[in-house]
Write a protein that binds this ligand. Structure first.
Ligand code: ADP
Ligand code: MG
Length: 448
């Protein structure tokens, strides 16, 4: 196998794997000696070696065999020339005065500010923690770990922190990026043999923000590098802010030591939105829209209806509103219930509540730790009657069943019994904090 042969093979590989893959993975490979049917391929790092061996080895072997049919296996080895910079990088201390190149920061959305963030019960803790970190004072909790489901405002809060920090403390190096960008940079640095620059860049920030960190789970060497960056910054008492779609303990394929590191600061979650929060967000958006298009009219009840019906995530809610306004603007009509139903038929259909009476009964009996049969059955003990009334109340609120139908499913009770139960809970919700909390919890559990 000559270098020329290898050059030809590379050309063919380029066609098969595409330019991007080629530049990242194949280009840096050099061909080494061949012995006993095993072809040695030199790779810049073990990471690249592992990746290539998992993804392209069949292809490469096939091409090599077309030149030399005696080749039966590939062996990936770190190239001797790549070893040197790695050692230098490790030995060299971080340069603290180097400023990250602004090109390296992800762009921030000016709409994602604290001013535009509506605070409600589900996100008040996350918001308070974000605000505190955005003051840029001495580091109190490190890292701040924000987690929550899709569209609940993690990225919004991260951008808000970054923007506020940049405004308040312009001397600080604030670097915001997604975990995916972190990985991409890391791979690029490996490929270009610029690990030293990479390390310097990250070690020189004052505040590091990494969004959607669940992305690096299972990506072993990226995780490893992230861990080192993380530790180096914590040692220097630099602030780190992380977001993920779930709690550190629930991220699969994340090393234990990384998990425990992530948990040692403050971990706060963004809960699914409740009706009040959705209403607040919508009102804000509507006010902003109306400021731009004052001729538009929004009927009473439309916003409440949307807040009630679209519970999935804020992004969907915003999308619905944007479409509604665009539609109304185009056809020159006021935004009333009819227009809303027309314009958002698909969104409304897909977010239609499919909660059943049985589901509610099951959840409520689990919550109060009583048997389902006791809740539905005739027993009148308070410890059964109260949960029963809670379940009736939720059935009335969350399903489209009528009172007689609900009564039938609760052991054939009369509709007046159901009505009484619903009323009783409505009263208790005001006077009894525990009941209010139970209902809130149950409703959330059912909506998910
Ligand atoms: P995540 O990163 O958690 O998936 P995002 O931060 O991208 O979610 O939020 C999705 C959309 O919802 C964004 O347009 C964001 O501005 C909006 N949003 C989410 N929560 C709020 C809130 N509390 N107030 C205002 N807008 C919000
Ligand atoms: Mg996000």
């Amino acid at each position: 196998m000559t270098q020329d042969d290898w050059g030809q093979i590379k050309k063919r590989l380029l066609k098969t794997v595409g330019q991007n893959n080629f530049t990242t993975w194949i280009e840096p490979i050099e061909v080494g000696p061949l012995s006993e049917g095993i072809a040695t391929l030199y790779v810049p790092t073990t990471f690249v070696g592992n990746y290539v061996s998992q993804n392209f080895s069949d292809l490469i072997l096939h091409e090599l065999r077309s030149v030399d049919a005696g080749i039966t296996r590939l062996s990936f080895k770190q190239s001797p020339s790549a070893a040197k910079p790695a050692i230098k990088t490790a030995a060299r201390p971080a340069v603290s005065h180097a400023r990250p190149n602004p090109m390296n920061a992800a762009p921030l959305d000016p709409n994602f500010s604290f001013d535009n963030f509506v605070v409600g019960k589900p996100n008040e803790l996350a918001h308070a923690a974000a605000k505190r970190v955005a003051e840029g004072g001495p580091v109190t909790f490190n890292p701040l770990f924000l987690y929550g489901g899709v569209g609940l405002g993690k990225t919004h809060l991260m951008h808000a922190i970054a923007q506020e920090l940049r405004a308040r403390r312009p001397e600080m190096n604030v670097l915001y990026l997604s975990a995916e960008q972190f990985m991409y940079r890391f791979v690029q640095a490996l490929r270009d043999r610029k690990m030293m620059d990479f390390k310097e860049l990250f070690r020189a920030v004052d505040v590091l923000m990494v969004d959607d960190v669940q992305f690096i789970a299972g990506k072993d060497s990226t995780q490893e590098e992230f861990f080192h960056t993380f530790n180096a910054l914590v040692d220097q008492r630099k602030q780190i802010i992380i977001s993920a779609d779930r709690a550190p303990t629930d991220i699969k394929d994340l090393e234990e030591r990384v998990k425990s590191r992530l948990q040692c600061g403050l971990v706060v979650d963004l809960h699914p939105t409740d009706y009040e929060l959705r209403l607040g967000i919508l009102q804000n958006k509507v006010a902003a829209q109306l400021a731009q298009e004052p001729h538009l009219v929004v009927d009473d009840g439309v916003i409440e209806f949307l807040a009630h019906r679209i519970t999935s995530n804020v992004r969907v809610l915003e999308g619905a509103l944007t479409r509604l306004f665009a539609f109304a603007s185009l056809v020159g009509r006021e935004i009333n219930m009819e227009l809303t139903q027309d314009c958002l038929a698909d969104v409304l259909r897909s977010s239609e509540r499919k909660i059943t009476v049985e589901e509610i009964q099951r959840k409520v009996s689990e919550h109060y730790n009583i048997r389902l049969s006791d809740m539905i059955g005739p027993k009148r003990l308070r410890s059964y009657a109260r949960p029963r009334q809670v379940a009736m109340y939720l059935c009335k609120q969350m399903t489209s069943r009528s009172l007689p139908e609900i009564g039938r499913r609760f052991g054939g009770r009369d509709h007046t019994t159901v009505m009484h139960g619903v009323k009783r809970i409505e009263e208790l919700k005001v006077s009894d904090g525990q009941i209010a909390e139970d209902i809130d919890l149950l409703r959330r559990a059912l909506e998910n």
